[in-house]
Design a protein around this ligand. Sequence first.
Ligand code: ZN
Length: 385
Amino acid sequence: MTKALFVLPLIALTGIAPIASPALADAAAPAAPSTTQTVTQSPAVNIVYFLGSDTEPVAGYEKRLSDLLLHLQQFYGKEMERNGYGYRPFGLAMKNPETVDIIVYKAKEPARNYPYQGGYPKALAEINAYFAAHPGMKKSAHTLIIMPTWHDDTYNDVNPGGVPFYGVGKNCFALDYPAFDIQHLGKKTREGRLLTKWFGGLAHELGHGLNLPHNHQTTSDGTRLGTPLMGSGNYTFGTSPTYLTPATCAILDRCEVFSADPSTQYYTGHTPRTGDDISVSVQGETLTVKGTYNSDVNVAAVNLYVQDPPYVVNRDYDAVSFTQKLGKKSGEFSFSIPRRELNGLSSDTFGITLRLISTTGDISSKQLEYSWKELENAAATAGEQ
Ligand code: ZN
């Protein structure tokens, strides 16, 4: 019996923005509402406390944010370890072992002029100008910007908001309010629920700022590990099991602020290329995706995401992810995925996204769409021959 592979790309989707584009991750769906193993390493995520010209810091911000960031650093480090990369947290610049070196930036205009809707370009322009004038303060390409909640008819200390809260490129935005405090984590109180919403939100948006797209758990990992932080984990972080997927950690492995090797140059534009020979087939209950790749530098890994349509930013929370280590400049990859791991994708068509991750952290993204039925028919026809 001939086992021919039938390749049926119905629509070659081009020009779809990867997550690293200026498209706002989560802009349409913002997070609606110990002891630490301190690791000092460089490069560090830049932490900017962004104050409107009329705004003072929220009381106790330095200790509260330090505690939260160190907790989050440990979460990322442990998840990298669980995924086989060793304890690899993101870097943070420290004033002392308990205190993160937070850049307090006083903006040119009142806080009202940096709103959730449309406020981020002006804020980023000021931060970029600040870093240009103070190059020693910029520790990496990745910046987390935290703004105090507004106080107006809608927003206040118990209903924080008003400010940008999303990822945009290698930057991400989160917010601060008086009860934004690790002491409430996991508590079944109003402050505890609010903390999961906004700390889980910060943890998730930081992920976007660290090059991460959305992804969904496989069926078996969902049972075993819970909810991925880069799926709906911003709603579970701190209250129910939340984890980083293997595909997420493959990207973080080549993210500048997780670097174990200071000699590596990151984001040099050496974007890997997927070959034109991608083949996708269905044999029984197994989805197979194969292809080739090439690059000017070594390609560390390839990630595969399988999802229902549509395939645009913030409609990709259902993208079940898989990863495979590569380690060469060119070669082949092959995924064989049991359909039961796809967690109930229900559309007639499905999209695959292939992301190649170079050792320099440059990531390519290619999307294709297929029909389950046509692939099954193709397999049946091949079986009859
Ligand atoms: Zn998101």
